[in-house]
Design a protein around this ligand. Sequence first.
Ligand SMILES: Cc1cc2nc3c(=O)[nH]c(=O)nc-3n(C[C@H](O)[C@H](O)[C@H](O)COP(=O)(O)OP(=O)(O)OC[C@H]3O[C@@H](n4cnc5c(N)ncnc54)[C@H](O)[C@@H]3O)c2cc1C
Length: 309
Amino acid sequence: MLRGVLLSMSRSDRLKQVATDAPPARALVARFVAGETTADAVSATADLIGSGRLVTIDRLGEDTLDLAQARATRDAYLELLDALGEHGLTDGAEVSVKLSAVGQALPDDGEKVAHEYAAEICAKAASLGTTVTLDMEDHTTTDSTLGILRALRADFPGTGAVLQAYLRRTEADCRDLSYEGSRVRLCKGAYSEPESVAFTDRGDIDRAYVRCMKILMQGEGYPMLATHDPRLVEIGGALAVRSDRAPGSYEFQMLYGIRPEEQARLAAQGERMRVYVPYGDEWYGYLVRRLAERPANLALLARTLTSKG
Ligand SMILES: Cc1cc2nc3c(=O)[nH]c(=O)nc-3n(C[C@H](O)[C@H](O)[C@H](O)COP(=O)(O)OP(=O)(O)OC[C@H]3O[C@@H](n4cnc5c(N)ncnc54)[C@H](O)[C@@H]3O)c2cc1C
């Protein structure tokens, strides 16, 4: 219920303005977001790679209904990839793209625009020896996103998918995407979804995550286990052993600023550990989703929104 209220705030323009105007919001944002500029993203990436972790970078922004905005997001990714190349970081860093940020929701030809812009980003990434993963958004976009993924993979087979364990359909999607070379990030899912399409009980979501993880780990693809949940990380490690997974044939992923000690511990153990690094000035929706994941974060949010300091 609380999570639902918080998630509904992620699309509130008025609350976004309040949060932007409150100076303490900057500190809160800095905990979860690497900065606003390409240089900030590159610098955070260099630090993480220096510490033995891998990175996927997300240019913040989503749900655009403006073609110029979609084009600007594409351009920002192209600039980012060039900068990663110039700094010699493309071995350890890739990018994550939300199709709704590159036009998927535009009326009439949104899917075509998103496909075209995502393909340009994939082409740039491929020319620099790295890859793109398509983030997954709310359930109304799943079919469209998987359709565009299939089309992109025809030219760029390394393009990664994201599947959300809370969706009832996801076990079947895991089976479909468990083929050789298929990079699949498995997460619990971050949107407010109806019972009709998603598990809403935390225990049910965790059990679904384990079922999906088994399918991916026993399949032919490259599983990317995106969770901070200690039990699921442990089960993931055990499944890797039980499925005879060679080191380097799967990876763990966590978000920037969340459980950094655990990230470092897994990397030090020799696991491939990738950190999702968001940057850019469109941080509001992302931030609210992170706060909604943890009841303790509510107090932090309330203090931030009511503080005049
Ligand atoms: C690399 C990566 C990419 C993702 N991409 C997508 C995507 O494309 N689409 C999508 O819908 N979702 C995405 N997510 C978000 C995901 O769906 C979950 O909402 C999020 O990861 C929280 O779930 P959890 O598995 O960590 O488990 P939870 O049960 O939420 O958390 C387990 C533990 O992790 C810690 N923790 C988790 N979240 C926080 C937080 N915000 N602040 C502080 N501590 C926290 C706490 O200790 C908590 O007890 C992604 C997550 C990761 C890690």
